[in-house]
Design a protein around this ligand. Sequence first.
Ligand code: TRP
Length: 454
Amino acid sequence: MASTAERGTWGSRAGFILAAAGSAVGLGNIWGFPTQVGQGGGAVFVLIYLLCVLLICLPIMVAELVIGRHAQLAPVGAFDAISPNTRWWLVGVLGVLAGAGILSFYSVIAGWSVAYIWFAGTGALTGDAETVEAFFATFTANGPLSIALTLVILGTTATVLVGGVQSGIERVTKLMMPALIVLLLVLAIRAVTLPGAAEGLAYYLRPDFSRLFDPTVINAALGQAFFSLSLGMGAMLTYGSYLGKQESIVTAACWVVALDTAMALLAGFIIFPSGFSIEGFDPSASGPGLIFAVLPRLFATLPGGQLFGAAFFILLTIAALTSTISLLEVPVAHFIDVHKWPRPKAVLLVTTVVFLIAIPSALANGAVGFFSTLPGFGTDFLSLMVVIWNNFALPIGGLLTAVFVGWVWRVDRAIEEVELHGSPFPGRALWSVLIRWVCPAAIAAIIVSAIVSM
Ligand code: TRP
């Protein structure tokens, strides 16, 4: 096992929070959250999402960070070190698979964002709502182009990972995050002042309680919360393994959760008011193309809209890259730590496998009919990947992590690790109850009822 000094730690607490937030904030917030709100019926989804974040995800965020910092190892090694001669390391393996699976569809969407930098900047996205929507459909129906763009994202991610991670992520995120927040604020202010915005705000903020107990909606909200917070597959565990013993895990977890949730909510304040300002807008109908259909219309209402549009997609691409790095790092670290592969070999092989799995997702929005409407599933391949990994794999990973900390490693030992920096764990009794009982029971209930109602 490498010592802490060799593995490196974060430059500062702010550096850690930035890097973890860089992993968390990405397409999940700006593309995923509005898309899921649109499919989950609006404000009721937002309400369930926030409950999942507070009651389930925040405690699990603390659990992942605490395992990582205690073991100072990547997931498979960490579970094995805390509970040797058991099968708990398999939770780490599930994370390795989930990392590759999520990255495969994630890099397709990030590739769309790259192309939209060009489209927005050159004025290709002008015209009425129908033209803009048709443009997206024509663009994604071009299979070779989608595959090439996916390769650009994976290639960039792989190049960063061959060179080693932390200092680069810290520096990039420090610049990108404030810029993205400012730009989102400007866009939100413009969006809520558009004609028709009130209808969008009502959709986004006034819950239709009849869907409060819809198992599919609850499952999607839970999955979206795990996905947006980078939880359930050991990514935060890995980041925690670089966290210094003098840092407060709880403070760090609260910061990351607050920042990530604020960004997602902000994206909703942009998409729904501007969407509803378009005549005949149906938020549930657009699927993965929602933001690509709505945002160009918003940019068109701004002075210098082309510049705004290009800047937006540049920042979105950077935000996506700080996330793809954390997704790829988990499987790569696994092959380096456990199978002793040299880093370049691990990066090359994992990236190649992810690229092959990504191809059907790249062809799922019109390029190949079979992947675009999978027979028997009533959905496209990319959306199916979202359901499999976000709604099932990540929450199951989170459930196992909670059981591991609550019942195998045991909460008192975890609390001891949290308190190493010298002050008591605020809310330790509440956290113990949540991690031992509430998180496992709630996740199990949600998953079982989602499967039953399928
Ligand atoms: N959270 C990121 C986003 O919202 C995506 C992501 C990065 C992720 N690393 C992860 C999701 C690990 C799950 C697990 O865009």
